[in-house]
Design a protein around this ligand. Sequence first.
Ligand code: KIV
Length: 269
Amino acid sequence: MSIHTDKKRKITVKTISNMKGKEKIVMITAYDALFANLFESQVDMILVGDSLNMSFLGKNDTLSSTMDQMIYHTKAVCNGAKTPLIVFDMPFGSYNTKEEALKNAIRVYKETDADAIKIEGGKDRAEIVRHLTKNGIAVISHIGLMPQFVRGEGGYIVRGKTKEDEEELLKDAKILEEAGAFIVLLEGIKKDVSKKITQSLKVPTIGIGAGEGCDGQVLVWSDMFGFFEEFKPKFVKRYLDGARLIRESLQEYVNEVKSGKFPTDEYSY
Ligand code: KIV
């Protein structure tokens, strides 16, 4: 049973907020209209994640992602999907000050149909979150393992392993909620800690590598469908062996063209 019985109705920030404690929230990434359209009738939210810099641009991390690049992909996703709540992932360096964050977020709202933006960072970003939300921008805060901090931290490090870190994360989440974030996204956090954070907040949490205690879940589509083979962290469940299926079908095409089996009359004018 779904809280939004008519899946054709646009999912809003209010719809998502009302789902806490009633129905799990399902989010997936998408970077283009084709896949956004495939996903749109089944998911609640689509994240145009800066993970596209790795899976689609072939970079080692997300840091070189730009506003122009993210806007281009978000326009495509918004063309393909009308009903899910669409989230724009603010790229590294685009929200270092509250003025810059607001200028860039306004650009997102003016140039795309995205409904919300996501920014990485804990309590240090609270003033930025407050400034954005006061000015009409819907914000998702992303804490825990933050891919945009990977170079500074020397790797992707799971969080919440000590009591001090647990307290730090709980404090981050509470302060960001108080600053106006309508979702706190929890990445790479020990599951008991995510559960405590989720229970302590009024706003929903969305987890990735954060266990089952969150209010919802997000996965990167190319990971979960097995297309981005180099990347296989513990938290990714593969729902499809996509790369193998593509390779096998491609080989069939290659064989048929080479052998003259394709195109037959059926595929000719
Ligand atoms: O960029 C992205 O896809 C993300 C998710 C991993 C949450 O930020």
